[in-house]
Design a protein. Structure first.
Length: 475
């Protein structure tokens, strides 16, 4: 009976501990990031594994899942994606001994819309969650619910209000909360004008470590939604690349790389790395005026939809695996659940990448190219009529239908000949444009999955102000 009572009460106990995590962090020996990129080598304690270990991965009964979502992380600003600056030394190291997507597409350039697709494995038109007041319905099946039913402790710690429980993201989590925060340290540089919230991702790390201290010997799924890159937040040790907006963004990525390494160092110290699958992804990228746009949540070109995807197993792969074909965020949870041998998400748009991983990253040459989609209602933040921007990617091609300067515009790019996707081929390849435009419009017109549609919420002024503090223009 005592065991039953403790089992029922533990989420409330943990929630209380999260509230006082700032006090407890005084006693947690977390190493604050102090190294520069040149001396931030990572000592990997995991055993050497192989493709056969991935094939047999579902047979294990001790595996945990750590899902790290780095908000606003554009893949081409990372070393593993051939960026010239050394912004991600630690993430590069774990990707080199794990699995990495070569080109990976987010399903929107706005957090809430993108994250609903990531969690459900469904494209935005099928989720219906495309505007600021939309929320996930209760009949949506979330991966956390599958983990919970399988006996995992499920905890989510987030700092972005767009993924709050208010919008339905807490489904399946035993505890879903923001971390307690401390005032930002004097060493943190606050050059970006949108940085107005208190706390940093080190608060998230400290809260996560306290959970692992209490429940690390059980099976768990832990979701951490990191925000320092979104807020362009960095410290003195990360100030290596200049003071222009684009430079500050790179500084913030380097800082976040240190923060993630700090977390994994703690995982090592708690002897949990060798039984944890680490999943690293992002909800969208960031634009720096390449097409006249700054930031995100305005369009669906490559700058704001090309993101990383990394899997790091409890063992290291000598050569690592790079997935040769394009993948997407809707593929993440179908892949993770398949690798672990857990029940799948039914009726989703995403697909498991397990077979490609087992084939050392190579897709079956007989398989047809699968188009992937990104979607944004460009009027998501107000009450005006929907203005969907849609991207269709197929192999090296990207077609974008976007509403710009008061009119609809077709874009067609071929990344094989034009890696930066700056040369619009729409006028000279009209047949390809018409074919991909048909795919885009059919994608837009899909039926929402949920029988009763999506809830439309009345968002109170406090919640709106918190979201505005992230830099979003909403009424």
């Amino acid at each position: 009976m005592t065991e039953t009572l403790l089992s029922k009460r533990w989420p409330w106990i943990l929630a209380g501990l999260i509230v006082i995590a700032v006090y407890l962090s005084t006693f947690i020996q977390i190493r604050l990031p102090t190294e520069t990129a040149e001396d931030s080598g990572y000592l990997d304690h995991r055993p050497l594994g192989s493709i056969d270990d991935i094939r047999d991965f579902a047979d294990r009964n001790d595996t945990n899942v750590l899902f790290i979502l780095i908000d606003t992380l554009r893949s081409e600003r990372m070393g593993m994606y051939d960026y010239a600056r050394d912004t991600t030394p630690f993430l590069d190291a774990i990707a080199e001994s794990g699995v990495r997507a070569s080109r990976h597409l987010a399903q929107s350039s706005w957090t809430k819309c993108s994250m609903v697709s990531l969690w459900t494995g469904l494209y935005p038109p099928r989720t219906g969650v495309t505007r600021f007041n939309h929320a996930l319905p209760e009949d949506a099946v979330m991966p956390a619910e599958i983990f919970e039913e399988a006996g995992f402790r499920t905890v989510g710690i987030y700092r972005n209000g767009w993924v709050s429980g208010y919008f339905g993201f807490e489904q399946g989590f035993d505890v879903y909360a923001k971390p307690s925060t401390r005032p930002i340290a004097p060493s943190i540089r606050r050059e970006n004008p949108t940085l107005s919230s208190q706390g940093t991702d080190m608060d998230t790390v400290e809260t996560a470590v306290e959970f692992l201290r209490l429940h690390g010997d059980e099976r768990w799924m832990l979701y951490l939604h990191m925000m320092d890159v979104h807020e362009y937040l960095y410290d003195a040790e990360s100030a290596l690349f200049g003071t222009a907006n684009s430079d500050i963004y790179d500084n913030a990525i380097l800082h976040e790389d240190y923060v993630v390494q700090t977390l994994i160092d703690e995982l090592d110290r708690l002897a949990l790395t060798e039984k944890t699958l680490i999943v690293i992804a992002s909800d969208h990228g960031e634009a720096f005026g390449e097409r006249g746009f700054e930031g995100h949540a305005r369009e669906v070109h490559r700058e704001t939809t090309e993101v990383p995807f990394i899997l790091s197993f409890p063992f290291r792969l000598e050569d690592g695996v790079v997935l040769s074909r394009r993948t997407a965020n809707v593929d993440i949870w179908p892949t993770v659940l398949d690798l672990l041998g857990l029940p799948s998400l039914d009726g989703v748009d995403g697909r498991s990448l397990r077979n490609e991983i087992l084939a050392n990253g190579e897709a079956d040459p007989d398989d047809p190219l699968i188009p992937h989609f990104a979607y944004l209602d460009q009027s998501w933040g107000n009450s005006s009529a929907p203005r969907p921007a849609i991207a269709v990617t197929e192999g090296s091609l990207r077609y974008v239908l976007s509403h710009e300067k008061g009119r609809w515009v077709d874009f067609l790019f071929d990344a094989e000949e034009d890696p930066l996707e700056r040369v619009n081929l729409a006028a000279e390849q009209s047949e390809t444009v018409e074919r991909l435009k048909t795919l885009a419009l059919n994608h837009r017109d899909q039926t929402v999955t949920w029988e009763e549609g999506v809830p439309e919420l009345e968002i109170d002024e406090m919640e709106l102000n918190q979201l505005r503090a992230l830099g979003y223009a909403i009424p």
